[in-house]
Ligand binder design. Sequence first.
Ligand code: DI6
Ligand code: FE
Length: 409
Amino acid sequence: MTAAATLWRNGRIATCTSVAAAADARADAFVTSGGRIEWIGFERALDAPLRARCGATHDLGGRLVTPGLVDCHTHLVFAGDRAHEFAERQRGVSYEDIAKRGGGILATVRATRAAGTEALLAASAPRLEALAAEGVTAIEIKSGYGLTLEDEARMLEVARALGRRYDIDVRTTYLAAHAVPPEFAGRADEYVRTLSREWLPTLVARRLVDSVDIYCDRGAFTAAQARVLFEAARALGLAVRMHAGQFADVGGVAVATEFAALSCDHLEELSAADIARLAAAGTVAVLLPVAYYTLGQTRAPPVAALRDAGVPIAVATDCNPGTSPCVSLLLAINMACRLFGLTPEEALAGITCQAARALALDGHGTLAGGGPADFVVWDVAAPWELSYWSGLDASRAVARRGAIVRGAL
Ligand code: DI6
Ligand code: FE
């Protein structure tokens, strides 16, 4: 017996199977069954036997339909906030100076360590809820505010628990190499060896880690330290990614691409040689315009050169308490267009197919036969409206595995 199927018709469907397919409607209907897309195209081409199997039909009312959105870079599990640092920065103190004085990432580490696991989950849940309400169905969440084995484990467990509670696909990233914790002050190399060779295998055995990241920048970790971590990740069969070039080019991208990194993220400071390396490795450039905006940076990533080299470009919120207190992926693409010069279709691809690629989430971020039936029905008609508006609550209904889980048609 073939499974009962559902027909979704009269939509303006941006399949997002490529940047070009994020530009306009490539279909007006699709059929879901068993949580997957069984068929997608123009309804006039739907054959009679499949139509006959469709027990239910939903009219999409001519609205835009996109894949479920994918936020491929977040630090949304943390306790406390850093609004006082925002106030300090408004008085002219720099982000890097605040960090040197023990604020910054280490301030959030203190708050996160002090919070019980339930409190950490309760603090983080509204952030995930906000993203989910906007249409996010898959998300990456990093550790990096625990910086002990057990506190990193707690962060990753909370990330997994959030995914179960809200029925969101969560990919966890181990980012113990985010800052040097007080226990290892002045011993960064020893810290990197410990987190790479002792903590990582333990957390992998506990099935808490999907990929590995390092903050490789001025004032953070070096390219040589990234190599130590990535060797350990490779030995465990784990994919790697890197925060690179936010403030300075310290040679990280050369190491990341040598290890076929899934993504390099930020990239405000990026050389032509490294653009060629990203292209050759197939590494996704993840742009984080909200952090750039929050810090008032002025040198945008070299988007035109990335585009010309054929580097896949994704956009993410970077949701974190220091540089990106933001829970809107649509605001991130608005900024990616206005501050970085992305086209609206690049921006939409950047939070769908390209973001899924950065997470190695095959089939996600696109609407294609065989893929998961995760999609968003929007109260707008054209794909470019998603990056045009800011603050418009345009997501009308969100479907997971072929069933509407938020809103209604
Ligand atoms: N991602 C990060 O990990 C850092 N900046 C960024 O864009 C720092 C986050 C923080 O200040 O807590
Ligand atoms: Fe980040």
